[in-house]
Design a protein around this ligand. Structure first.
Ligand code: C5P
Length: 400
């Protein structure tokens, strides 16, 4: 990464303090860092701290005569290899998505032709708001890469997605952007669903399952390694985010389907999520209480089948659609039935009976079931399964 330089745009959020650590890490890796701060960012960290750590002048003002004479704001992005926005606030993302340019940060983002990587950070409700999700989707369509946000406790006391990725994760995402593009899924878009879904019963309870998300996350990592634009739509899991993938956290099957549809068209779609088959028909707004007179009755309705919905689409069907079949008996036979029933091109079938140790474990034994027949792979790590699977899919795509 020697001699590369990053233009870091620091937005105004409590996570701005982590940008100082980010600058420090980038400098220790030999990268040049120049920073732009928004007015709001100056409320959280001082330009003096940023200048001291980056070793460079900090830019804050669009209409600074001195700055324009020294280095015009257009030149700022020209001399960088990558623009990183951390923290990317809801406001900055909205400006990017809509092409607004009313300060130095947003003007630089609009005036650049360089790759932009954003690390969103905001309150969980702001993150989940339809407007923010729309803006994120638009920014991504415009080619913006994203790292995080992570799930966790927020400065505001709430819990959920919205925490900025940790500085080390952002560095890994930056390194992924700088790695040499000689890989076979370069320019291709791969979408992966992973993890369980949580279907709410009331504000504190849900229907879920034991899926760890490990296999889906490993597939996302393998897709990034092959150079694909990788979208990981993930149910609630307890795993580090795969650097370089664009992760969209979701809770329910319905949201997972919506985000999946929003990401079309794509080249390869891999449905590794353990989607809950049912959800509660009418969720309670209040925590359901024990009444002493019997148990509550939960009416269930069927969730949409995401894999089948996407595989049988008339328009924008991904070129290759892959399903997973987690079975506890008659693994191959059931997988063959599933291949036909779901309309996908390949089923990766595995035995998840308790004796197999697959569920939550680090290894997997899989059978690839397609129209061509069945191929069984020996027991290997979920990471190896992911790499071999992505290699296979890249080859299939090249032939298609
Ligand atoms: O649950 P089932 O065995 O039918 O799941 C097989 C495949 O279908 C998996 O790839 C899973 O991700 C996908 N699926 C889905 N939406 C559902 C149920 C399953 O995408 N509602």
């Amino acid at each position: 990464m020697d001699k590369k330089s990053v233009l870091l745009i620091i937005g105004g959020g409590i996570a701005a303090f982590k940008s100082l650590e980010l600058i420090r890490l980038l400098k220790t890796r030999g990268l040049g860092v120049t920073a732009i701060m928004t007015k709001a960012a100056e409320q959280f960290v001082t330009p003096l701290s940023v200048a001291s750590l980056s070793g460079n002048k900090v830019y804050t003002d669009l209409f600074s005569l001195t700055d324009e004479i020294e280095m015009g704001h257009i030149e700022l992005s020209r001399s960088a290899d990558l623009i990183v926005v951390a923290p990317a606030t809801a406001d900055l993302i909205a400006k990017m998505a809509n092409g607004l340019a009313d300060d130095l940060a947003s003007t630089t983002l609009l005036a650049t032709d360089k790759k932009v990587l954003i690390a969103p950070a905001m309150n969980v409700r702001m993150w989940q708001h339809a407007a923010t999700q729309r803006n994120i989707a638009q920014a991504r369509r415009d080619g913006v890469a994203m790292v995080g946000p992570n799930d966790g406790e927020m400065a505001c006391g709430e819990f959920g997605p919205g925490r900025m990725a940790e500085p080390a994760e952002i560095v890994a995402a930056i390194e992924a952007q700088f790695s040499v593009p000689t890989r076979s899924l370069q320019g291709r878009k791969v979408l992966i669903t992973a993890g369980p879904t949580h279907e709410p019963i009331d504000p504190v309870r849900y229907i879920g399952n034991n899926s760890s998300g490990k296999q889906g996350y490993a597939i996302a990592e393998a897709a990034v390694a092959l150079g694909a634009e990788t979208i990981l739509i993930s149910g609630p899991v307890n795993l580090p985010l795969p650097p370089g993938a664009q992760v969209m956290p979701v809770e329910t099957a319905e949201t997972m389907l919506k985000y999946t549809e929003d990401e079309l068209p794509c080249d390869i779609a891999i449905f590794a999520a353990a989607v809950a088959d049912w959800r509660v028909a009418a969720t309670s707004d209040e925590k359901i209480k024990k009444t002493g007179s019997g148990t509550p009755k939960l009416d269930l309705v069927e969730n949409p089948d995401i894999l089948k919905t996407i595989a049988t689409r008339k328009s924008k069907r991904p070129k290759i659609v892959v399903g997973f079949a987690a079975e506890t008996e008659n693994v191959i036979e059931n997988a063959k039935k599933k291949l036909a029933a779901k309309g996908c091109d390949l089923i990766v079938a595995n035995d998840v009976s308790p004796a197999s140790g697959v569920m939550g474990g680090d290894t997997n034994i899989v059978h690839l079931v397609s129209a061509k027949g069945v191929e069984t792979w020996p027991r290997m790590s979920k990471r190896e399964v992911a790499q071999r699977l992505m290699d296979r899919l890249a080859a299939m795509l090249a032939q298609s």
